[in-house]
Design a protein around this ligand. Sequence first.
Ligand SMILES: *Cc1c(COP(=O)(O)O)cnc(C)c1O
Length: 381
Amino acid sequence: MSKPMQMVDLKSQYHRIKDEINEAILHVIDQGQFIKGPEVKQFEEGLRNYLDVGHVIACANGTDALQVAMMALSLKPGDEVIVPVFTYIATAEVIGLLGLKPVMVDVEPDMFCIDASKIEEVITPNTKAIVPVHLFGQCANMDAVMMIAQKHGLFVIEDAAQAIGSRYTFEDGKTLSAGCIGDMGTTSFFPSKNLGCYGDGGAIFTNQNEWADRLRMICNHGQKVQYVHDVIGVNSRLDTLQAAILNVKLGELDRYESARNQAATWYDQSLSGLEWLDIPRRRENSTHVFHQYTIKVKDGREKRDAIRSELAKRGIPSMIYYPIPLHQQKAFNTGSYPTGTFPVSEHLCDCVLSLPIHTEMDLEMVKTIAHNLIEVYQDLQ
Ligand SMILES: *Cc1c(COP(=O)(O)O)cnc(C)c1O
């Protein structure tokens, strides 16, 4: 192998757009407007058009985006917010941080997103919102989530940190972008995300003007007019340098999505038909932007972990997203969710393995990874 394999290859990605990126960065430095420069508005507008959504409010990172969206709902301590139990910590962390109660729901075994058929059984008079997570790059079952939310009068905040650009088609034929379906949606521009900047960044989406005003106000210390503070807010903004970088990279996002899908298809071709693993399944009514290509090793944790370390010895990285479900995290384990409460998520944590996938992969790399994966498994028998 010419260069070491990586989960993501941001350096090669940069080299393809180096001149444009450098120029954009130098322009910001030359102008000197590092906060609230014109690039921020330009990016919000560009992304708004790309997603076809009413409003994009840029902020400091994807976790802030979730927190600000949650703050906008003006919930009171003890109010309940429904989250999938198999997700990144940030989704539930902000709920706990605001004194709200995360109520966990198991996920679909083959799609990794919240199992909508298990939502209604946890709804109580205190339930106020549902936070579906579009995990690994494809949308949750939004027909069901929106129907339940409407029926019970609940807010929906979508966590689209891993699914920017994914499109969901409803049963009635209507197609919307991930994050632009519920009351509000959030995303992250963390460097390794599908639309990544060169530091931290995030955004909130909404189609409703009132939410948009409120979100902007909360991101800006709760003020609409300078030094007049209507609510307790936060300081959360995307800096101008990051916006300038994102303006360039937004122009590449379609290409990034195709490159990731191409890599996923190559993986599918190399790995389908093996009885010891499951390749990721695509939902019929959602496009997949393959933030992760996650297989399931049916033999379970011990074999999965052994495969992972043997691959590492051969210079092939892989990751476990995620090793521990939320209800077994010390930060949340209040004793209300004993082991066995969420069998699907608990099982997934034992068998998922995410393989390298990024915008710079070629067929040779995928073949090498697949070949080694199969060989390592056979050696372990
Ligand atoms: C990355 C991520 C976040 C948080 O984004 P940051 O920008 O790192 O704060 C939230 N939710 C999910 C599902 C993520 O993958």
